[in-house]
Design a protein around this ligand. Structure first.
Ligand code: ADP
Length: 394
């Protein structure tokens, strides 16, 4: 019997989907809806085999998008009947301490995901909208929640408790959770397959460098430490997020500039990072091109970013007591040979050496023969990871 499994990633005004035939992992169709809720129409993009289409669709809710999608799949004969859909996996931002792995969504799980909205107010509620919209259309189809946080639930307390009064952890759940877990887990497992070694035998540092960026130290196949924290604002400098700063800057600027807590939150999430330092872009492509023309601020921002990544690799090498494989993934990690080069420069002490040609070609293995650490560029695929987990659970 055919096992067709769909991944759904619902954002505040978007909904991405991919449909796979399992266990072959054959991608049948993928696409997204954009501008949901902004007007009476939304954009719908899809690609199937060689066909790529962009069109507009009537409706303004996630439910209408899902309704349209299911009819569309039947109309285009991607599905012969909706019963053919064996399961749907949803990306869910926050699983708190309740979800240490992906989980089938029943009433109890749904309630927990809703309760966790306190920790992810911008994301969990909209993930719930996706789950509920699908349940309404397909009440008998099993749904699975795959959390950005659950891979990091293996961290030890010493790496997740903050040095604040302990009661804030106990009463308010303030601790490091970490995010991008699905991506770190996926690329680590791909790297192990590529190296033909058991994942459990490798000490891996995974660098997910996109608009949002985080690093994860992985030992015995488990997350030991990661750079994002209580929220995805922590750790590295990012497109528009500041990452780690001296926490005293927050009350200082609030007083000096008369900013509210939510003004400050917005400033650190949406106006900082590459955008804040360069004052012209959050996109590293623009910044690299300006740096090449001699723009000093662009050079500074790139040096800051690469420096932070390098420092974190050093710290995590200490935490793991060595590195077997260093992985680069996501928009910057997969595409920017310039930034990978900057990060890996002067890391020979750690046994990391890059082959310039392989790096420039975005090859899968970019370490030189002299490097004792395997340096790999691995394309992330969170959707496939979601679908794999869903298939396993159903
Ligand atoms: P998101 O966190 O939004 O999923 P992505 O993983 O798609 O982000 O990464 C987006 C980032 O990747 C952007 O900053 C973009 O500039 C950067 N990027 C994509 N291609 C390149 C490239 N060739 N060179 C440098 N940066 C790139």
């Amino acid at each position: 019997m055919a096992n067709k499994i769909m991944s759904i990633n619902a954002g505040s005004s978007s909904l991405k989907f991919q449909l796979f035939e399992m266990p072959e992992e054959e991608l049948l169709i993928k696409g997204l809806f954009e501008r949901i809720g902004l007007e009476d129409e939304m954009f719908f993009f899809y690609s199937m085999k060689e066909t790529k289409v962009k069109t507009s669709v009537k409706g303004k809710t996630h439910e209408e998008a899902i309704n349209f999608l299911l009819h569309f799949l039947l109309e285009r004969s991607v599905l012969t009947s909706l019963d053919e859909l064996s399961g749907v996996g949803h990306r869910v931002a926050h699983g708190g301490e309740d979800f240490k792995t992906s989980s089938l969504v029943d009433q109890e799980a749904l309630k927990k995901i809703k309760d966790l909205s306190k920790l992810a107010p911008l994301h969990n509620p909209v993930n719930v909208v996706g789950i509920e919209a699908l349940a309404k259309e397909l009440p008998d189809c099993p749904q699975v929640a795959v959390f950005d946080t659950s891979f990091h639930q293996t961290m030890e307390a010493k790496n997740y408790v903050y040095p604040l009064p302990y009661r804030f952890y106990e009463e308010d759940s303030v601790r490091r959770y970490g995010f991008h877990g699905t991506s770190h887990q996926f690329v680590a497992s791909e790297a192990a397959s590529y190296l033909e070694k058991p994942l459990e035998s490798l000490k891996i540092i995974s660098c997910h460098l996109g608009n949002g960026a985080s690093i994860c130290g992985i030992k015995d196949g488990k997350s030991v430490i990661t750079s994002m924290g209580f929220t995805p604002l922590a750790g590295l400098m990012m497109g528009t997020r500041c990452g780690d700063i001296d926490p005293s800057i927050v009350p200082f600027l609030q007083n000096e500039k008369n900013l509210s807590a939510s003004d400050m939150d917005k400033l650190m999430n949406a106006e900082s990072g590459f955008k804040g330092v360069t004052e012209f872009s959050s996109d590293t492509r623009d910044i690299i091109s300006e740096a090449e023309k001699g723009n000093e601020r662009a050079k500074l921002a790139l040096d800051m970013f690469a420096g932070r990544v390098k420092q974190t690799i050093g710290a995590y090498a200490a935490e793991l007591d060595g590195i077997d494989a260093l992985i680069f993934t996501a928009g910057i990690g997969e595409n920017s040979s310039e930034i990978r080069q900057m990060i890996c420069e002067d890391l020979t002490f750690f046994g990391i050496q890059i082959d310039q040609n392989q790096n420039q070609q975005n090859s899968k293995r970019i370490s030189s023969a002299a490097s004792s650490v395997e340096v790999l560029v691995v394309e992330t695929n969170e959707e496939l990871m979601i679908v794999r987990d869903t298939f396993d659970l159903i």
